[in-house]
Design a protein around this ligand. Structure first.
Ligand code: ADP
Length: 254
């Protein structure tokens, strides 16, 4: 991770009628960082992401990504970002291979289908239709489609929701490999273990505002510094450890 900010968000605002869904938020993201946005449902996370992704008009404030103003140059931004599509956006009657080629064509770039499918553990599925993929495979494929044009910034909105523990861990490995390639990742999740493991820093959001931004360890330290105490937990394992121990780490969907 470098010290250069690839994203600068300043006083970003989104209003739906008289309701302010995103209320003057500011933050920056470093190049190569995995940056998490956490918060309860309705906090404004998706709206924030969608404004950054050019999918929703910005009412006030600015988002600058890689030196480009999102509101002024949406087309240029679309070339440097990858957005994980929700599964419903797949073309169900097209093979994975053909969809990747189609996405590359739309983006005016070449894609090494073999390499991409291999990287995402989907080689065996290349001639299959998206409609026949399991939950974990769909999530992996949706991230693969977002990386076809080699973006600098990847947006993942709750990428592991609904996955079984094996598929979730597999996706964590994948996100860590994407980070190693130097791609900056913006991620939302409701799983705190996931945020702690994957994110270099997280922003805690509620009611349209950012409450705090820090590393996961830094946030915990801040909390303890405020005198927080939890009843001591003596178990060295949890139910998920039991699940993984008994059923193994291997993916089950193939
Ligand atoms: P989160 O992703 O944190 O769950 P959202 O960004 O989806 O939050 O939503 C923030 C708030 O804005 C919520 O109260 C939601 O109901 C409201 N909202 C989202 N989209 C719209 C819309 N298109 N029209 C009106 N209100 C919306």
């Amino acid at each position: 991770m470098s010290n250069i900010n690839i994203i600068e968000v300043k006083n970003l605002v989104k209003k739906y009628g008289s309701y302010t869904a995103v209320d003057h938020i500011s933050f920056s993201v470093k190049k190569g960082e995995v940056f998490g946005i956490l918060g309860p449902n309705g906090a404004g996370k998706s709206t924030t992401l969608e404004m950054m992704e050019t999918l929703r008009p910005i009412d006030d404030g600015t988002v600058i990504m890689d030196g480009i103003d999102v509101a002024k140059h949406p087309r240029k931004i679309q070339k440097i970002i990858g957005v994980q599509l929700q599964s419903a956006s797949f073309l169900e009657k097209l093979t994975l291979e053909d969809q990747l080629k189609l996405f590359a064509g739309i983006n005016g770039t070449e894609v090494d289908v073999d390499k991409l499918l291999e990287e995402f553990d989907l080689t065996a599925k290349r001639k299959d239709y998206a409609e026949n993929l399991s939950g974990g495979q769909r999530q992996r494929f949706s991230i693969a489609t977002a990386l076809v044009h080699k973006p600098k910034v990847l947006f993942l909105d709750e990428p592991t929701t609904g996955l079984d523990p094996q598929a979730r861990r597999n996706l964590w490995d994948l996100i860590q490999r994407i980070k190693k390639q130097g791609i900056t990742v913006i991620l939302t999740t409701h799983y705190m273990d996931e945020a702690e493991l994957l994110c270099d820093r997280v922003a805690m959001m509620d009611k349209g505002k950012i409450l705090t931004i820090n590393t996961p360890k830094g946030l915990i330290k801040e909390l303890l510094g405020r005198g927080f105490k939890k009843e001591q937990v003596v178990e060295q394992a949890d139910l998920e450890d039991v699940f993984i121990d008994l059923t193994g780490k291997g993916l089950r969907e193939d």
